[in-house]
Design a protein around this ligand. Structure first.
Ligand SMILES: [Zn+2]
Length: 264
């Protein structure tokens, strides 16, 4: 109790610091979504960035330099998606590891005849329940500049963090009391089944097939599209948009101009 009070006080002090003028330029260049916010939202985002950067440790891996540009671009994209959650600061997250490109993760699977098949899989980002987030810097830039269609690695990893708030990364974020939650879960499962059917039928989908990996990945990839290209998601699955609106407590399609979100 005392600890959380102290932490809240410390956070307020961090948020009260002046937002460095040079950071506005970083936001304008690297986090295009900020242009869609109104004055009050922008102010809240600035405070959130100051708090996030005051609390989380950034580590450059494989020679990646950690500059203000790197820190602010990541914090701003994370802050944008948490605007609907007053007081959410990803308490479990302690460090952000940044790579200068995709990084390779060792994978293995047992073979039928015995033995193991081992390979390395390239990844853009990853979230560990133990308190770290791993990001590829080019992936962060592509998401912030809206150059990767509906994809954004920072939003993806933040979706896993929001999903984790109720204890596990299972594709079910905290959405109100139990009855509402059960209803949400069932409707979300319907959307997932529709998406998988569309893939099977070879029909166009709002986002790519990585979403079919698991319920958690479906939530994360759909959330990327929800924020990066909300009109596209509405066109493909209005019900899914509504469920994500409930989960994220935001309505991005109300502020993102339809034209600028298309065709990237
Ligand atoms: Zn994921």
């Amino acid at each position: 109790m005392l600890f959380s009070w102290l932490r809240a006080r410390r956070r307020r002090a961090l948020g009260d610091r002046p937002f460095p003028p040079a950071w506005h330029d970083i936001l304008a260049r690297l986090v295009k979504q900020v242009q869609w916010l109104d004055e009050a939202e922008r102010e809240r985002l600035h405070r959130w960035i100051l708090m996030f950067l005051g609390e989380k440790r950034f580590e450059g891996c494989r020679g990646q330099e950690i500059t203000d540009e790197v820190r602010v671009a990541i914090a701003a994209q994370a802050g944008l998606v948490t605007l609907g959650f007053a007081g959410e600061h990803f308490d479990t997250l302690r460090s952000v590891l940044v790579y200068p490109g995709d990084y390779l993760v060792p994978r293995s699977t047992p073979l039928d005849g015995g033995g193991e098949l081992e390979w390395k899989e390239a990844r853009l980002g990853e979230t560990w329940a133990g308190g770290s987030m791993v990001l590829s810097w080019p992936g962060v830039v592509d998401g912030g500049r809206l150059r990767d269609g509906p994809r954004s690695v920072v939003i993806h990893e933040c979706a896993h963090l929001i999903d984790l708030l109720d204890g596990e990364i299972d594709g079910i974020p905290p959405v109100g009391p139990r009855p509402a939650r059960e209803k949400w879960r069932a409707a979300f499962a319907d959307c997932r089944a529709r998406f998988e059917q569309a893939l099977d039928d070879g029909r166009a989908t709002a986002f790519d097939e990585y979403a079919a990996e698991s319920a958690a990945e479906f939530f994360a990839v759909a959330s990327e599209c929800f924020f990066q290209d909300p009109h596209r998601l509405v066109r493909h699955d209005r019900q899914l948009y509504g469920l994500l609106q409930e989960a994220w407590r935001q309505d991005p399609k109300a502020r993102v101009p339809a034209r600028s979100a298309r065709g990237r």
